[in-house]
Design a protein around this ligand. Structure first.
Ligand SMILES: C[S@@+](CC[C@H](N)C(=O)[O-])C[C@H]1O[C@@H](n2cnc3c(N)ncnc32)[C@H](O)[C@@H]1O
Length: 264
């Protein structure tokens, strides 16, 4: 699956939203210490860069070297390209020792993982009992009713056959994703908790965001261009209706958060 993100790594790094400060502040308020984070499926470091302002060290891992090539380099962020499945000794060698990590984050990536194996690794690497896992996804962009209605048709009809089944977990806001962790202090559930990410975009940026989808890549691989002239025209008319070339695009973000607890 990681291959789906290779071709469009550049578009990905340019057009995906970065996440709001409130999200990171909320998560950080739930980890007693701020030493080490493992950001899994880090992509081009969309979350790692913000985490590096709060935590002493961040290890960002991804199965795609091409994604990592576009990540911002910071002195306290170490990027590692990993295989999709790692043994405990590989984790110990390339990420961190057992019970040493304050926080594991997964931004818009956990639906791709083999969850039972991944959760065993998370439980192995997190500090006990207060090590925290925070996994979030974001769903479709919101701009204004006119653009969003063109988008809805495009998303739910044109692009629909090319999304992998895992996308259903995102459409359902991670409500149904298996999440075997205890609620963090001060919260009586593990989410989803809603935040909002925003990005200023022009129409070209909006199209580039669509081209960065795995579904767009899959369709292209089958010889199908999803952004046909007719679709481009529909978006163009809707986008230009208010006469403003740049617009704030909002992505609703849904966070699942839990701690490892004593029983794990
Ligand atoms: C949608 S991108 C998210 C990137 C970034 N975290 C963000 O918030 O934009 C999903 C990323 O997960 C990576 N990925 C997929 N399966 C993986 C796995 N088993 N282990 C690590 N990374 C994986 C892909 O290469 C891709 O960069």
């Amino acid at each position: 699956m990681a291959d789906l993100f290779i071709e469009q790594a550049k578009q990905y790094s340019e057009t995906r939203p970065s996440y709001p400060q409130e999200l990171f502040q909320f998560i950080a308020s739930k980890t007693p210490s701020h030493d080490l984070v493992w950001d899994v499926g880090t992509g081009s470091g969309q979350a790692a860069v913000s985490l590096a302002k709060i935590y002493k060290n961040v290890v960002g891992t991804d199965t795609s070297q091409k994604q990592l090539d576009f990540a911002a380099k910071l002195p306290n962020v170490r990027y590692v390209c990993t295989p999709p499945k790692m043994s405990v000794s590989e984790i110990e060698h390339s990420i961190a020792p057992q019970s040493s990590v304050d926080l594991v984050t997964i931004a818009q990536a956990m639906h791709w993982f083999d969850l039972p194996t991944f959760y065993d690794q998370v439980k192995w690497i997190l500090k006990k009992p207060n090590g925290v896992i925070a996994a979030w996804c974001y769903t479709v962009p919101e701009v204004n009713p006119q653009i969003d209605s063109v988008f809805q048709r495009f998303y739910s009809v044109d692009s629909h056959p090319y999304w992998e089944q895992e996308r259903d977990l995102v459409d359902l806001k991670y409500k149904t994703i298996d999440f075997p962790f205890e609620p963090v202090d001060g919260v009586d559930h593990t989410g989803p908790i809603e935040f909002k990410a925003e990005k200023l975009m022009d129409l070209d940026g909006y199209f580039t965001y669509i081209r960065s989808w795995s579904a767009y890549q899959i369709a292209k691989g089958k010889g199908v261009e999803l952004l046909t002239d007719a679709v481009l025209e529909n978006f163009k008319v809707a986008w230009n209706a208010d006469g403003k070339s740049q617009k704030i695009v909002t992505f609703p973000v849904y966070l699942r958060i839990g701690k490892v607890g004593l029983s794990n």
